[in-house]
Design a protein around this ligand. Structure first.
Ligand code: DQA
Length: 148
């Protein structure tokens, strides 16, 4: 059984209480349950993580790359939060490992402030899921299933 890594960046631990008009009322634990159901439905194992630290996300992408080299990774779903808009380190990690990665954003970043319109992740992502609310995570799992 292949594994899906779902990686969440800064401030996503605040889901449920953080700007609910933008991000909704569901918590990160709810998102994890959603991903567990979506992975089970598609025959994937799930590794679900969150960090507020850029380097931790880089390390986890490297870990996913090692799994991919062994043929055990379905792909990585990454909501890098604000690091999306700034992190060349994440861009380089994704490019350097060659992992299959789907970029996810809960909100439609293109309908928000201009500083959210640029993504360092999109050029190295296989696909991008934007503006579907937390359901975008489940849609990304289904998308990965189609790519296998
Ligand atoms: C986000 C959008 C980012 O601009 C923001 O910094 C986040 C969440 C989203 O899921 O909509 O932290 O990635």
């Amino acid at each position: 059984m292949k594994t899906v890594f779902v990686l969440n960046g800064p401030n996503l631990n605040l889901l449920g209480t953080r700007e609910p008009q933008v991000y909704g009322a569901q918590t990160l634990a709810d998102v994890q349950s959603l991903c567990e159901r979506a992975c089970a439905a598609n025959g994937f194992a799930l590794e679900f993580r969150q960090s507020n630290h850029e380097g931790a996300l880089v390390d986890w992408i490297h870990e996913a790359g090692q799994l991919q080299a062994k043929g055990q990774l379905a792909g990585v779903i990454l909501n890098a939060g604000a690091y999306t808009h700034t992190s060349i380190a994440l861009h380089d990690a994704i490019k350097g490992t060659g992992i299959t990665l789907i970029e996810v954003h809960i909100s439609n970043v293109h309908a928000r402030e201009a500083f959210r319109h640029h993504s360092c992740i999109s050029p190295v992502a296989k696909a991008v899921m934007v503006g579907f609310g937390v359901n975008g995570y489940a849609l990304a799992v289904a998308g990965l299933a189609q790519m296998q």
